[in-house]
Design a protein around this ligand. Structure first.
Ligand code: NAD
Ligand code: ZN
Ligand code: ZN
Length: 407
């Protein structure tokens, strides 16, 4: 089959790789109909996540049709249309029982590597380095889905792939980030980052009752999407001082909740950015927490700072005094996607949201290198790219069913 392979920093290629096979009774094989590139893939692309190896198959936002199930999977059948959540979760461990699916204690066989690198290990994640399990990802024609009896959600007819695909990651991610803000009527929520995750934070904050959302970025097309699709007010951080603007917009009190939907690769004009880039290059900090610092400093007394943006390791110059002396609540996490699949699918079915608004580019899988380049550089007003694995000729041969592991 064809798959998008990581070959080094800023080097991805579409290659022929072996078809996935059932390896365990709880596996399923999915023929992928639509896949996407996530902001989290950019951390791999830019070389910020250790233990990537040449040839690793990328991708953790995908959906498709079940073509084979292991004998331990009774809830899915060949032909079912499914969306697959990005964290792999066993359903049986303590964390899974608490619905903390992104912290599954069984799905990362290389947890010891993550513990050495980051001090802890989340669940295994599709296409996300060897320290998070070394699972082949879903920017490919097929994927092996472990614990297929727990993760994937079945989708009926009547909704397009693009309307449901983002249940795999960014819609639940934006929703969980907004839910963490414990929004009350009248609340003002500020969102740093108007990428795909930021867009779903904005939508979700309104769904959960925010009165106003203020969105911060520098790319005009992303700010426009936040205003026109999200209904947010916007701040271009290259034109205005973010702190001053937020204070002016909230009567000097600050937003009730602040969401950092930027994460470890934040950008800022001026010396702060240079400081973090140098520290990151010298490996004396792993991430650039520019948005996080601003969020902590701007949030009102007693407010909440919610952090869906990904941080891997160590960060510097965090105003912890703001957390203590303003009595802030800080919440974060990789998204417990499985928890949100059914309720958010129902919101889509009821017409409360159509997540396809975020898609700006549709390309065949073969053009993944161009898609990555465009998404990382925010070229051509790109907000979200979906990849179609079967356009432009498709596979080279018929897939053989598994013979091992499925007896
Ligand atoms: P993206 O790169 O498309 O968007 C990031 C946006 O942040 C860009 O538009 C950029 O211009 C903006 N930005 C950069 N510096 C900024 C600053 N100082 N102030 C305000 N805006 C700034 O990525 P995305 O797909 O939207 O993902 C955003 C983050 O969410 C990433 O860190 C990603 O890894 C993370 N993420 C987390 C989860 C989770 O489970 N917690 C899931 C998906 C994505
Ligand atoms: Zn993601
Ligand atoms: Zn588990």
């Amino acid at each position: 089959m064809k798959a998008v392979c990581w070959e080094g920093k800023q080097d991805v290629r579409v290659e022929e790789v072996p078809d996935p096979r059932i390896q365990n009774p709880r596996d399923a094989i999915v023929r992928i109909t639509t896949s996407a590139i996530c902001g989290s893939d950019l951390h791999l692309y830019n070389g910020f996540v250790p233990t990537m190896e040449k040839g690793d198959v990328l991708g953790h936002e995908f959906m498709g049709e079940v073509v084979e199930v292991g004998r331990g999977v009774s809830n899915l059948a060949v032909g079912d249309r499914v969306v697959v959540p990005f964290p792999i979760a066993c359903g049986n461990c303590w964390s899974c029982h608490q619905k903390l699916f992104s912290l599954c204690e069984n799905s990362n066989p290389n947890a010891v590597l993550a513990e050495q690198m980051w001090g802890h290990s989340p669940a295994g994640i599709f296409g996300y380095s060897h320290m998070l399990g070394g699972y082949a990802g879903g920017q490919a024609q097929y994927a092996r889905v472990p614990y297929a009896d727990v993760g994937p959600i079945k989708i009926g007819d009547g909704l397009t792939d693009e309307q449901v695909l983002f249940l795999s990651d960014i819609f639940p991610t934006g929703y969980m980030a907004a839910e963490a803000c414990d929004i009350r009527p009248g609340d003002v929520v500020a969102v740093w980052g108007c990428g795909p995750v930021g867009q779903f934070c904005i939508k979700s904050a309104f769904m959960l009752g925010a009165e106003r959302v203020i969105a911060i970025d520098r790319f005009p097309e992303r700010l426009r999407m936040a205003r026109e699709h999200g209904g947010a007010e916007t701040i271009d951080y290259e034109e205005l001082d973010v702190f001053d603007a937020l204070m002016a917009m909230t009567g000097g009190r600050g937003p009730d909740a602040c969401i950092d939907a930027v994460g470890m690769e934040a950008h800022a004009p001026g010396p702060v950015h240079a400081y973090d880039r140098v520290k990151q290059a010298l490996m004396s900090e792993t991430d650039r927490p520019i948005a996080l610092r601003e969020a902590l400093i701007a949030c009102r007394n007693g407010g909440t700072v919610s952090v869906p943006g990904v941080y891997g390791g160590f960060i510097d110059k965090i105003p912890f005094g703001s957390i203590v002396n303003k009595a802030l609540t800080v919440r974060s996490g990789q998204t417990h996607v499985q928890r949100y699949l059914q309720p958010l699918l129902e919101r889509i079915q009821r017409g409360e949201i159509d997540p396809s608004f975020v898609v700006t580019h549709r390309l065949p899988l073969d053009e993944a290198p161009r898609a990555y380049d465009m998404f990382v550089n925010k070229e051509d007003e790109c907000v979200k790219v979906v990849l179609k694995p079967w356009q432009n000729g498709g596979a080279t041969g018929a897939r053989q069913p598994s013979t091992e592991g499925n007896q």
